[in-house]
Design a protein around this ligand. Structure first.
Ligand code: SF4
Length: 341
């Protein structure tokens, strides 16, 4: 294994792999539009291609893979891919981020296939708000999915909540209490102006500082957990020992320690969530490029990486959605649901 670092000394370590751009929800902060341009099916990577690319990445220091989407559990036979990846000794951590709709029926098979951890998106405990946010009346299915996770034998479960002012910012403590009972660690995520978030505006963002103020009103003093690792969430401990996290890339970005990159379902590699251009790995791979050539391509690009997208966005005076609908239609890879958040 050769460890590669970018221009800021950040290692290539954490790879998020989108296995489909399709989703069975339409969350307002990610897919607010009626129509979407989808990736051509012929260009979607086969499991064997994903596994081969992961071998190249692990040879360069990647030891964490997170499967994402769209909604990854929509990808047929996902446990088969999990089994292929779980068999790789270089992978220290193999996780999935899901909206939970299909989790009740798939949790055991994913666990049996070797998946290590599950993160479920849960933005509200109220079915009416869920329906308004996602345009689907399937809140109960998500709760069933979450309940299936510990039953399947998973530990280290996380629940991710995107906090939006006026939508769910009055549910923070309730969500913390809900997560305790799962058990899971709750992570609040600041609303981000990335990809398909065409309805984003600064006044809808509830900052980390505000979230902590809201929670301190309920719980009293909250203790920060000092950790300068690469994980995106800053973590905190409540007086009763409960731990939760806040991912604050909109108001307090953490680009300086970012070791993450993303592979879309059609094999385009992005070095930053805000990047508008990626590296085509599918083309060279299907044209016969071997591990050496792909290793050289990835090494060269990572070593030249300067991305600090969230920091650059924060420096903008008049911040507005990153991309307009026309740009997203022209290149669906710019969408958050195509690069897996
Ligand atoms: S904005 Fe880009 S560089 Fe910054 S943390 Fe996110 S992915 Fe990493």
């Amino acid at each position: 294994m050769t460890r590669v670092e970018d221009t800021l000394g950040r290692p290539l370590r954490n790879l998020r792999i989108s296995v489909t751009d399709r989703c069975n929800l339409r969350c307002q902060y990610c897919m607010p539009e009626e129509e979407y341009a989808w990736l051509p099916r012929a260009e979607i990577l086969h499991f064997g291609e994903i596994a081969a690319l992961v071998d190249v990445f692990t040879g360069l220091g990647v030891d964490k893979v997170r499967l994402t989407g769209g909604e990854p559990l929509l990808r047929r036979e996902l446990p088969r891919l999990v089994r292929m990846l779980a068999a790789k000794p270089a992978l220290r951590d193999l996780a999935v981020t899901t909206n939970g709709l299909l989790l009740a029926e798939q949790a055991s098979a994913l666990r049996e296939a070797g998946l290590h951890r599950v993160t479920v998106s849960l933005d509200t405990l109220r079915p009416d708000r869920f329906a308004a946010l996602t345009r689907r009346a399937s809140h109960a299915q998500v709760l069933e999915g979450i309940a299936a996770v510990p039953r399947a034998g998973f530990a280290g479960t996380k629940l991710d909540t995107v906090v939006i002012r006026g939508l769910n910012d009055d549910e923070l403590a309730d969500l913390v209490e809900f997560a305790k009972a799962v058990p899971a660690e709750l992570r609040f995520i600041e609303y981000m102006d990335v990809g398909g978030a065409t309805r984003w505006s600064p006044d809808q963002v509830v900052s980390r500082r505000e979230m902590l103020e809201l929670l301190e009103r309920r719980y009293g003093r909250i203790e920060p957990i000092v950790d300068d690792g690469p994980a995106p969430a800053d973590r905190y401990r409540l007086p009763d020992g409960t731990v939760f996290g806040i991912i604050s890339s909109t108001t307090q970005p953490f680009c300086a320690r970012c070791d993450r990159s993303r592979l879309t379902a059609d094999g385009t590699w992005y070095l930053c969530l805000y990047a508008t251009a990626g590296v085509d790995l599918r083309g060279p791979f299907r044209a016969g490029a071997g591990p050496e050539a792909l290793t050289a391509l990835i090494t060269g690009r990572w070593r030249g990486r300067t991305d600090r997208g969230a920091e650059e966005r924060l420096a903008l005076r008049d911040r507005a959605p990153l991309l307009q609908v026309a740009q997203l239609r022209a290149d669906p890879r710019l969408e958050m649901h195509t690069r897996g958040g």
